[in-house]
Design a binder for this molecule. Structure first.
Ligand code: ADE
Length: 283
């Protein structure tokens, strides 16, 4: 049936259903639904708060149960009492091709392979942390100075997913094989930082990915109190606080990117330089 004809028949026969479809597909409904998924970076007096979604299971922030191998097991956040055994695995970003996001830092811009990139998430956290005195100019200069040494670790270039020799097939024709996947992990009192090899999304091969792991017993609710162990409410968000007590953890994240690959190391150098330039008083 012709689409216009189908629509008018549909409106006449199911006016309420039509309204519902209109409401659910409208841009307003979408923006309200998507708002809680955004990672927000919020500077306060003496700390940088990061707001993270708890129930965006397909997004960059996922709830996992801790495992001894460090890889964790994803859980259904609204069906699990989230407490000591759980953490948020955040695939933190540091750049974006645009400045559309609320966690963008447009003052930080650099080029990668001829394309302009703008600061995002980690870049904004570092910029705000420096302004608030959570980090010092010295801290960032020290990180800049250690970049060449960390570039030698270049996880992506030096590590590989290994396949153990495939065994001969059994009577039914099935052959056993085992993959070994390397990771770097740093455990701290404030959370962990991981570098893992992941299959590239649109190309052949593996790329280094950096994940920040935030223990559920260290996140805050909307009233800035420790969140009590409970299943996630629909569209619930939580807060993680970076302040002078855990600023070392922030620098661990910077170091993880510096070790992840030569490209990440170069990007972090550009970002740190821009942040320091931005902070420097005008001559
Ligand atoms: N580039 C930006 N964010 C990244 C992340 N978390 N891991 C790897 N590369 C990235």
């Amino acid at each position: 049936m012709h689409l216009a004809l189908f629509s008018s028949v549909f409106i006449c026969v199911h006016p309420w259903l039509f309204l519902l479809v209109l409401l659910l597909t409208s841009p307003i409904a979408h923006s309200a639904d998507a708002e809680y998924k955004l990672v927000l970076v919020i500077p306060t007096n003496n700390a940088v708060l990061v707001r993270l979604p708890l129930t965006d299971v397909t997004g960059k922030v996922r709830v996992k149960e801790k495992t001894s191998d460090g890889f964790g097991i994803p859980v259904a956040p609204s069906k699990t009492v989230l407490g000591k055994k759980h953490y948020l695995e955040w695939q933190i970003g540091y750049d974006s091709p645009n400045t559309n996001s609320p966690s963008s830092a447009p003052q930080i811009h650099f080029t990668r392979k001829g394309e302009t990139k703008y600061g995002h998430e980690l870049s904004k956290i570092l910029l705000d942390a420096l302004r608030l005195g959570v980090l010092s100019t010295n801290d960032l200069q020290r990180e800049l100075a250690t970049l060449p040494k960390l570039a030698e670790k270049s996880f992506e270039e030096r590590e590989a997913v290994e396949m153990e020799a495939v065994q001969k097939p059994d009577e039914a024709g099935f052959a056993r094989s085992v993959q070994r996947v390397p990771q770097f992990i740093k455990l701290t009192d404030h959370g962990a930082v991981q570098i893992q090899l992941k299959q590239k999304q649109r190309a052949v091969g593996y790329q280094a990915m950096v994940y920040v792991c935030l223990p559920m017993d260290q996140v805050l609710n909307g009233a800035a109190e420790p969140r009590k162990a409970a299943a996630a409410k629909s569209k619930e968000t939580v807060f993680y606080r970076f302040d002078r007590e855990n600023s070392g953890f922030l620098l661990d994240i910077v170091r993880a990117f510096a070790m992840a690959s030569k490209q990440h190391n170069e990007d972090i150098g550009n970002i740190l330089n821009k942040i320091l330039e931005t902070k420097a008083p005008n001559p």
